[in-house]
Design a binder for this molecule. Structure first.
Ligand code: NAI
Length: 251
């Protein structure tokens, strides 16, 4: 594809972990070859990633935005389409945890997780879809979690947000399918990133007994799924929640 037709993808939470792996995979000129807009709260780590992508022959831009700020997020998505002339792919990956048993969970911990993980996906999707409709093509992927599929003690806020992303994905798929836009959720199981770094080793070892492939996942395992779901070839795949958990839940 020439520069003017190269598909543009926004990946939120691209500074590290799963989002970083997705960005690297989508920008890889030997794979998806997208112009990837790296979005996260602060620019520093994103600039390093941009340099790495460009050194490998790919294209990337940096977008500092707090996804929990709806006005800023809306403006940020619009600015990408304005500057690059198109917007084809949105990966709503940014997310946080504030774990605790439901009976002791504060309203603040509920709200910040719902705003950061779920409302942001809605706001970014609403903004992005308008630009995708103009191009009659769109791929929206919401990074959910197996917690949102089967629940998880200590994660009422997080599981509710992730289950919400799955419902959001199915609804957007129905509303925008006729416009060439697909929307899917990907639900990772346990993936080795900063988010799961603090789990005690014993817990990680125990977990593996419940995972069919007998290992925790890597960010690249999720990035590989995102690459396919956002590809031009995946136009008949929509409204799904694809669980990528090594066969842990088989829900
Ligand atoms: P991480 O904590 O390593 O990275 C999260 C990313 O989101 C960072 O780039 C961070 O800067 C960004 N972010 C957080 N709040 C933000 C905000 N308000 N505005 C902009 N950016 C913000 O997390 P990880 O593990 O890479 O997770 C990525 C996604 O995958 C999250 O949505 C998470 O819920 C989901 N997930 C992770 C699993 C795991 O085992 N690591 C399992 C299932 C789902």
């Amino acid at each position: 594809m020439s520069d003017s037709t190269q598909r543009v993808a926004i990946v939120t939470g691209a500074s590290r972990g799963i989002g970083r792996a997705i960005a690297l995979r989508l920008a890889d000129p030997n794979r998806a070859n997208r112009h990837v807009v790296l979005a996260s709260r602060t620019e520093g780590p994103l600039n390093d990633l941009k340099t790495q992508i460009e050194a490998a022959g790919g294209k990337a831009s940096v977008l500092a935005v707090d996804v929990a700020d709806p006005k800023a997020l809306q403006a940020a998505v619009d600015s990408v389409a304005d500057k690059l002339g198109r917007l084809d792919i949105l990966v709503n990956n940014a997310g946080i945890t504030k774990d605790g048993l439901a009976l002791r969970m504060s309203d603040e911990d509920w709200d910040v997780v719902l705003d950061t993980n779920l409302k942001s996906a809605f706001v970014a999707t609403r903004a992005a879809a308008r630009h995708m409709m103009r191009g009659k093509f769109g791929r929206i992927v919401n990074i959910a979690s197996t917690s949102g599929v089967v629940g998880n003690a200590g994660q009422a806020n997080y599981a509710a947000a992730k289950a919400g992303m799955i419902g959001l994905s199915k609804t957007i798929a129905k509303e925008l399918g006729g416009k060439g836009i697909t929307c899917n959720a990907i639900a990772p199981g346990f993936i080795t990133t900063d988010m799961t770094h603090n789990l005690p080793q014993q817990v990680k070892d125990d977990l593996q007994k419940f995972i069919a492939v007998r290992r925790l996942g890597t960010p690249e395992d999720i990035a590989a799924a995102v690459e396919y779901v956002t590809s031009d070839d995946a136009g008949f795949l929509s409204g799904q929640c694809i669980v990528v958990d090594g066969g842990m839940t088989m829900a």
